[in-house]
Design a protein around this ligand. Structure first.
Ligand SMILES: O=C(O)[C@H]1O[C@H](OP(=O)(O)OP(=O)(O)OC[C@H]2O[C@@H](n3ccc(=O)[nH]c3=O)[C@H](O)[C@@H]2O)[C@H](O)[C@@H](O)[C@@H]1O
Length: 431
C-alpha cells in the first residue's frame, strides 16, 4: 500500500510523465487538465491540513481538560482537610515532590507530629511511578493528600495558596540523579530551574508569604578537594548539569530572598538512602541486581582509588528537614514587596563518615546473604565526583542536627523494607 506521502508526491516519475508525442493542442489540453488536477489536489491538501490542525487543537484541549484533575468543591475539601493543623503552634506545609523518597518521609513526619501537610507531585516516569503511587497511598492512609500536578503549573500552585494560607513550603520536587543529566538535560532545566522559578513566583506573591526550605545537593561542591565540605567552600565548579542546576537554584533563591524578602533555607543532602528509596540510586539498584543474580557495575576513581560517599540515612535527613522548618524564621514581604531582610541559610545534611562503594557492596552482600557479581570499571566522565564528606557543624549549631544511623544499620533497615515490599523473587526470570 502506498504511503500517504507517496499518494500525494508520487516518486515514480512515469506517473506525471508529460505526453511529448502529440501536437501543441493536445499538450495544452493535457497541461490544462493537469493544472486543474493540481488545483484540486491543492484544495484537498489544504482541507486535510485544516482538519488535521483542528483535530490537534481538539486533542490538546482535550488533554488539558483531562489533565486538569484538580479543582472543584470536593478537591478543595480534601486539600483543606489535609492542611489542618492539629497541634498548638503547628505549621501548614506545602510539600512538593511529596510522592518522592524524601518528600514522602518528610510529609509523614510532619503529619505525625500534628502539622498540616498538602503534597504535590507530578508522578513522572524517571523511575517506576508505581512506587510513587504506593507512597501516595501510604500517605493517604495517614491523612496526607497528594495533588497530582507539576510545579510548572502556576495556576495550580496559585489555587493551592488560595485554598490554604501555607506557612511553609518544603520544596523537594526535582529532577534528581547525577548521571541521567547526560541523557535528558532538559528535564533538569524543566524541574530544577523553570519549576523552581514558578514556585518562587507564587510564594513571593502569596499573602502571607511562606518560608521556603528546599533541597539542594552535596553535588554543588563539584570538584572541591577540601575535606570535609563546609558550606563556605567553593561551589563554582560543578561536575554535572544536575549539580549546576542545584547551584543555580541556590542563586535563584537568593534573589527571591533579596528582592522579595522570602525566608530561604537550602539543604545540601548527601546521598540519602533508606526504605521507600529511589530505585535509580546505587544502593537500591545493587540490591535488586544482587538478588536477581545480575552483575553490578562498580565505578572506581583515577589511580584505582575507590569512590566514596557520605551516605546519609533518611530518618536523619527528615530530622534535619523538620529542624530547618522549625527554625526558618519568617518571610518579610507582603503583596510581592519586601519590608525587611529575611533569613537566607544553607546547611549540609550529611552523615560525616564517608564509606567507599565497594564497602557499601560488602554490607549489602552480608545483609542479603548473596555474593555480588562485580564489574569494576574506571569511572567514566559522567558527572560523578570522587568523594563527598559533610561538615555538619552549622546544622548542629542552628537546630541540633545530629545523624545517628551508620551505613551498616541503615542498609539493614533498607533491605528489610526492600524484601517486604518486593520479596526475594522480584524481577527474577521464572523458568
Ligand atoms: O547527595 C547528593 O548530592 C546526590 O546523591 C545521589 O547521587 P550519588 O551520590 O551519585 O548517588 P548514587 O547514584 O547512589 O551513587 C553512589 C555511588 O555509587 C557509584 N555507582 C553508581 C551507580 C553504579 O552503577 N555504580 C557505581 O559505582 C557512584 O559513582 C557513586 O560514587 C543522588 O542520586 C542525587 O540525586 C543527590 O543529589
Amino acid at each position: 500500500m502506498p504511503s500517504l506521502e507517496e499518494e500525494f508526491f508520487p516518486s515514480t516519475p512515469g506517473k506525471f510523465k508529460i505526453d511529448r508525442g502529440g501536437g501543441h493542442h493536445r499538450q495544452f489540453h493535457r497541461c490544462f487538465s493537469s493544472t486543474s488536477k493540481m488545483f484540486l489536489w491543492a484544495l484537498f491538501l489544504i482541507a486535510l491540513t485544516a482538519s488535521y490542525l483542528s483535530f490537534q487543537s481538539f486533542v490538546d484541549s482535550g488533554s488539558r481538560y483531562f489533565a486538569a484533575s484538580w479543582g472543584g468543591i470536593q478537591w478543595e475539601k480534601q486539600v483543606r482537610k489535609s492542611a489542618q493543623i492539629h497541634r498548638g503552634g503547628g505549621m501548614s506545609v506545602l510539600v512538593t515532590g511529596a510522592a518522592g523518597f524524601v518528600g514522602s518521609h518528610v510529609s509523614l513526619a510532619l503529619k505525625k507530629r500534628g502539622d498540616g501537610v498538602v503534597g504535590i507531585d507530578n508522578f513522572n516516569s524517571y523511575y517506576d511511578p508505581s512506587l510513587k503511587k504506593a507512597r501516595k497511598s501510604m500517605l493517604a492512609e495517614h491523612g496526607v493528600f497528594v495533588v497530582a500536578g507539576d510545579i510548572n503549573d502556576g495556576k495550580l500552585l496559585a489555587k493551592l495558596f488560595d485554598v490554604v494560607a501555607f506557612t511553609h513550603v518544603m520544596h523537594l520536587a526535582a529532577q534528581a540523579g547525577v548521571r541521567y543529566a547526560m541523557e535528558n538535560p532538559h528535564s533538569y532545566v524543566h524541574s530544577n530551574i523553570a519549576g523552581l522559578v514558578t514556585l518562587l513566583e507564587i510564594c513571593k506573591s502569596a499573602n502571607p508569604q511562606p518560608a521556603v526550605v528546599w533541597a539542594s545537593s552535596s553535588s554543588v561542591y563539584g570538584l572541591n578537594e577540601k575535606s570535609p565540605f563546609s558550606e563556605s567552600d567553593r561551589t563554582d565548579q560543578p561536575a554535572s548539569l544536575y549539580a549546576a542546576t542545584k547551584k543555580a537554584g541556590e542563586e535563584i533563591t537568593h534573589t527571591y530572598n533579596h528582592i522579595y524578602g522570602l525566608s530561604i533555607t537550602g539543604l545540601r543532602f548527601f546521598t540519602v538512602y533508606g526504605p521507600w528509596g529511589r530505585p535509580d540510586m546505587a544502593y537500591f539498584s545493587f540490591t535488586r541486581n544482587i538478588l536477581q543474580g545480575k552483575p553490578i557495575t562498580v565505578y572506581r576513581g583515577k589511580n584505582r582509588v575507590d569512590l566514596a560517599r557520605d551516605f546519609t540515612y533518611i530518618d536523619d535527613v527528615v530530622k534535619g528537614c523538620l529542624g530547618s522548618l522549625d527554625t526558618s524564621g519568617k518571610s518579610t514581604g507582603s503583596g510581592g514587596k519586601k519590608s525587611g531582610p529575611a533569613p537566607y541559610r544553607i546547611f549540609n545534611l550529611g552523615n560525616t563518615s564517608p564509606v567507599t562503594v565497594p564497602a557499601l557492596v560488602s554490607i549489602l552482600e552480608r545483609h542479603l546473604k548473596v555474593k555480588a557479581k562485580k564489574n569494576v570499571v574506571e569511572m567514566p566522565g559522567n558527572g560523578d565526583v570522587p568523594f563527598t564528606h559533610a561538615n555538619i557543624s552549622m546544622a548542629r549549631r542552628e537546630f541540633g542536627y545530629k545523624p545517628t544511623t551508620d551505613l551498616q544499620t541503615g542498609l539493614k533497615k533498607f533491605v528489610k523494607w526492600y524484601l517486604s515490599y518486593y520479596g526475594y523473587n522480584h524481577g527474577k526470570a521464572v523458568n
